[in-house]
Structure formats: structure tokens, C-alpha cells
Design a protein around this ligand. Structure first.
Ligand SMILES: NC(=O)c1ccc[n+]([C@@H]2O[C@H](COP(=O)([O-])OP(=O)(O)OC[C@H]3O[C@@H](n4cnc5c(N)ncnc54)[C@H](OP(=O)(O)O)[C@@H]3O)[C@@H](O)[C@H]2O)c1
Length: 244
């Protein structure tokens, strides 16, 4: 009997870590819906790369700083294009530097909209599809959620809220859906990150290297293919950074 494809939705997937996740899940046989905001060229090339692998792919331009409008649009697009959802990866992020003095209300709202409100509203919108599919939600958290940097105060606080939300959603969506978070250390440097800072960081990583986008993609592959009894966990993916 023909078994329909599974469908994964990854937010902010045109580049970097999200792109690796999308390509890995396509390789596993998932059809892929993904969102992007400004990276239109990269989104187009990702569409081509996935469809060349023989999977279906659909790109949705969405600004997750406008959570209600964005989630409505994403839900409509996935419903029309695929009519089902098996995996949701809340990956989109804004790594915005702001310390105690430079933080504004607008910055706090923007970061919470992207890192907390949108993942919550997407889970709310897709709840019926995710339950029907006995699906999986992965939230991309950050090691900084538990080890906050004062130069990134509202970023860290919003990721900490996402970590807490992950636990709440795991309870809310049980028993049909698993919900887990991944808390990376560095898996891809921000562009222009100073060389001296990179070396300082690496000295405190027992495994002696940064992670890679592929490390994230491999863990997500495991969670969505083998992880049916894992829920409500925040998995540190940091080469041991958190134990030094
Ligand atoms: N890289 C690391 O070492 C690291 C470390 C710890 C945690 N993480 C987490 O892992 C995830 C992936 O990391 P990354 O470095 O690949 O992320 P990233 O490059 O900082 O961001 C991923 C994408 O988020 C999208 N985005 C930003 N603002 C948006 C908005 N308002 N609406 C919709 N999309 C928006 C961007 O899309 P466009 O380019 O299309 O505008 C961007 O390409 C993130 O959640 C990040 O916080 C990463």
C-alpha cells in the first residue's frame, strides 16, 4: 500500500543550521515546508536542492516578529500544500546584542515574538495535525538560556522562556506528540565573530571543537525517527561546554 510522505516544517531554514535540518529531513524522506524572511535567494536554492532529491518542498515568507499574521499564513500554506504536519522545528532566531542599558521595550517584544510567541502559536495552530500524525516538535533553544550573557540580556531571557515553554508544551501535547528542545553551544559562528573570542571559547570546550549544523541535524533526525519515548527534554549539544 502506498504510504504518504511525512511532512516537516522548519522556520528560518534558508541558511545555516535551519538549512542543514531541512536537507537532513528531506534526505530521511520528509517533504519540507520552510519559512524565510530576508534570504530569498537562499530559499530558492534550498527549494531546488530539496526537489532535486525527489522530495516536495514549499517556501513561505513569514515575519515571525508578527506572530499572529505569520502563523496564520504558515498554517494556511501548509494546509493547502500538504494537508498534514508530522514535525515542527522552531528554529528561526534573532541573535541580537543588547545589555541592560541598551535594551528597549521594542527589542524585548521582538525577541519574545520570534522565540516564544511564534513557537507557541504555531503549536496551537498545528495541534490537530501534530496529534493526528503522532508528531514531534523541536525547539531550538541555546546554552545561553541557562548561562546568560549580560551583553545579550533579552535574547537569553527569551530563549529561557522557550526552554520553559518546551516543557509546558510537552505536557500539553502528550501523549500523541513529543516536544523537546536543543540547546547548542556554538554550532556555527555568527559572521564577523572575533578570532580572539573564538579561541577563548574553544579553550573551554572539552571536545576541542565547535559543533556543526550537521550535529544539530543529526540529533533532530534521531529525535524524530527514534525518539518516541523522549519528551520534555532540553538536550545540550555543546561538546561539554556546560560542564566546564
Ligand atoms: N549558531 C549557533 O552556534 C547557535 C548557538 C546556540 C543556539 N542556536 C540556535 O539554533 C538556531 C539556528 O541557529 P542559526 O545560527 O542558524 O540561526 P540564525 O542564522 O541566527 O537565524 C536563523 C534564521 O532566522 C530567521 N529570522 C530572523 N528573524 C526572523 C523573523 N523576524 N521572522 C522570521 N524569520 C526570522 C532568519 O531568516 P532570513 O535569513 O530569511 O531573514 C535566519 O536565517 C537558532 O534558534 C539559534 O538561536 C544557534
Amino acid at each position: 500500500m502506498h504510504r504518504p510522505s511525512k511532512v516537516a516544517l522548519i522556520t528560518g531554514a534558508a541558511k545555516r543550521v535551519g538549512r542543514a535540518i531541512a536537507l537532513q529531513l528531506a534526505h530521511e524522506g520528509f517533504d519540507i515546508a520552510f519559512t524565510y524572511l530576508s534570504s530569498q535567494g537562499e530559499a530558492q536554492s534550498l527549494l531546488t536542492e530539496i526537489t532535486t532529491q525527489g522530495r516536495r518542498a514549499h517556501a513561505i515568507r513569514a515575519d515571525l516578529a508578527q506572530p499572529e499574521i505569520a502563523t496564520e499564513e504558515i498554517h494556511r500554506a501548509v494546509t493547502v500544500e500538504f494537508g498534514q504536519l508530522d514535525v515542527l522545528v522552531n528554529n528561526a532566531s534573532l541573535y541580537l546584542q543588547a545589555d541592560l542599558q541598551s535594551t528597549t521595550s521594542a527589542i524585548i517584544h521582538r525577541l519574545n515574538a520570534i522565540h516564544v510567541e511564534s513557537p507557541l502559536l504555531l503549536c496551537q495552530r498545528f495541534e490537530p495535525m501534530l496529534r493526528a500524525a503522532r508528531g514531534h516538535v523541536i525547539n531550538m533553544v541555546d546554552l545561553l538560556a541557562e548561562r546568560p550573557w549580560p551583553q545579550f540580556l533579552p535574547y537569553c531571557a527569551s530563549k529561557a522562556a522557550l526552554a520553559n515553554l518546551t516543557l509546558g508544551l510537552a505536557r500539553a501535547l502528550a501523549p500523541e506528540v513529543t516536544v523537546n528542545g536543543i540547546a547548542p553551544g556554538v554550532v556555527e559562528w555568527p559572521p564577523d565573530y572575533p578570532q580572539g573570542e573564538r579561541e577563548k571559547y574553544l579553550k573551554r570546550v572539552p571536545l576541542g571543537r565547535t559543533g556543526t549544523p550537521q550535529d544539530v541535524a543529526s540529533l533532530i533526525k534521531f529525535l524524530v525517527t527514534e525518539g518516541s519515548y523522549i519528551t520534555g527534554q532540553i538536550l545540550r549539544l555543546d561538546g561539554g561546554r556546560s560542564i566546564t
